[in-house]
Design a protein around this ligand. Structure first.
Ligand SMILES: *Cc1c(COP(=O)(O)O)cnc(C)c1O
Length: 463
């Protein structure tokens, strides 16, 4: 039951259109159409202002790992607000939520990733990482090591730093990105870019671009390589198995720092606490956000290895955010981690939900519009194609078919995102198997409707 009387949807949409600037949105077009207003949520389901119930196949924005409606987190926030709603950690003070959360993250993180620098978001944390790795090398007496290698179609946030590390062409086209000292290599996207190579050969080739780039720049000028264990916003691109071991070899050989952006893959998404564990890689820094608080509070950070943290500690690090380690956000994150751990949610992803989703999602591969289905943990994607035998792209502009499919998903009360012509999901980690079944039924219906629509328009044409 709604706690308050929600005004009519049209009224809310009009206010939204008049005053609210949406991120990553053509606001004029959205304003004309009207945003869907989400009013409540429970478990894996959202309710909109007309009372319709949607399955949230995206866990919000990849973040609501424990699902919606966990009162324990609300209570943790209220308790902390009464006791100490805010204090900073800049000037020789600390507080219990921040230090407890840092210690907890050190316990959960692999290897000697024992130190945490807090931020308010994943973007901010990646901005921290740029400054931290450059300061690290400066303190090591190698100030020329400033260049950071990242990947095309990677996503690392939307601040100047995060957007520069990211390799999103549409973002770089606006606002003067990337900032200097960041270069990009190609992504390990076999289905879209692998041509006639086997996935393993392609994975090796894409990893070796890192070595080629290091040699081109001169290893003495390279600070770090940053990548997501599995690309999220780029379309849930799961690298071939050969990719990460080769990247690790190269990083080790040239002594550059490895930053694993775990903003999506952290906190159970791949069936391990961190995606790096899933791939057996050993980053020096992990970026975290999203699932850290299951999205109930904005908080992010960098989990840093002993060597980098001890080096940074040698001098004042002239960097920080007013809300670094915010006590309310930290208290909520701690409660979220307690639930993930005590309810064995990560183990359930690994043993139950991920294998179940892999099979259910894979069943969509018989659909005439679907070129490949892939999943790892509770991240999955499929490629829409007019000709699956040829792994063909559509002749129409990239994203046309994906957008239509997303609209049909939305109309079928399923939140599934499109990235170009890939459809992607990353549901809450607590999704039940019968909800996975329902998600797949709605996705199949949307695919059928999309196929009919594209055939009607004569758009089932390969490029
Ligand atoms: C979402 C995301 C970010 C940015 O996090 P924000 O909290 O939106 O700033 C960074 N890296 C990855 C991999 C992400 O998915």
């Amino acid at each position: 039951m709604p706690l308050t009387n929600t005004p009519p949807t049209a009224e809310l949409q009009a206010l939204d259109a008049a005053h609210h600037m949406h991120p990553f949105t053509a606001n004029g077009a959205l304003g004309a159409k009207g945003a869907r207003i989400i009013t409540r949520a429970q478990g894996v389901r959202l309710t909109d202002s007309d009372g319709a119930e949607l399955i949230d196949g995206m866990a919000g924005l990849w973040c609501v790992n424990i699902g919606y409606g966990r009162a324990e987190l609300a209570e943790a926030a209220a308790r902390q607000m009464r006791e100490l709603p805010y204090y900073n950690t800049f000037f020789q003070t600390s507080h219990v939520p921040a230090l407890t959360l840092a210690a907890k993250l050190a316990e959960l993180a692999p290897g000697d990733l024992n130190h945490v620098f807090f931020a308010g978001s994943g973007s901010e944390a990646n901005d921290t990482n740029i400054r931290m790795v450059r300061q690290y090398w400066a303190l090591k007496g190698q100030p020329a090591r400033r260049t950071i290698i990242a990947r095309r179609n990677g996503y690392h946030g939307s601040t100047m730093g995060g957007g520069s590390l990211g390799g999103m062409a549409a973002m770089h086209a606006q606002g003067g990105l990337p900032i200097p000292g960041i270069v990009h290599i190609d992504q390990p996207y076999w289905w879209g870019e692998g041509g006639d190579m086997s996935p393993d050969a392609f994975g090796l080739a894409r990893a070796r671009q890192l070595e080629e780039k290091i040699l081109e720049l001169g290893p003495e000028n390279v600070a770090a390589f940053i990548a997501e264990p599995v690309q999220g916003a780029g379309g849930v691109i799961i690298p071939p198995d050969s990719y990460w071991p080769e990247v690790q070899r190269i990083v080790d050989q040239y002594g550059i720092l490895l930053i694993a952006d775990e903003v999506i893959t952290g906190f159970g998404r791949l069936g391990h606490w961190f995606g790096s564990q899933s791939y057996g890689i050993r980053p020096h820094i992990m970026t975290i956000a999203k699932g850290l608080s299951s999205g109930y509070q904005p908080i992010g950070g960098s989990i840093v290895c002993d060597e980098v943290a001890q080096t940074i500690a040698q001098d004042e690090f002239n960097h920080g955010y007013t809300y670094s380690g915010h006590p309310v956000a930290a208290a909520v994150a701690l409660e979220n981690l307690r639930i993930l751990q005590e309810e064995e949610i990560v183990e359930r992803v690994r043993d139950v939900a991920a294998p179940y989703l892999a099979q259910a999602w894979g069943s969509l591969s018989d659909h005439p519009l679907v070129g490949e289905t892939v999943s790892r943990g509770l991240m999955a994607s499929l490629a829409l194609t007019p000709d699956k035998a040829r792994r063909a792209r559509f002749a129409a502009e990239a994203g046309h078919a994906g957008y239509i499919c997303r609209e049909y998903c939305f109309a079928n009360n399923l939140v599934m995102r499109h990235v170009g012509d890939r459809m992607i999901i990353a549901p809450p980690l607590v999704i039940a198997t019968d909800d996975i079944d329902e998600l797949i039924r709605r996705a199949r219906r949307a695919l059928d409707q999309t196929l009919a629509h594209l055939q009607r328009d004569g758009a089932m044409v390969a490029a």
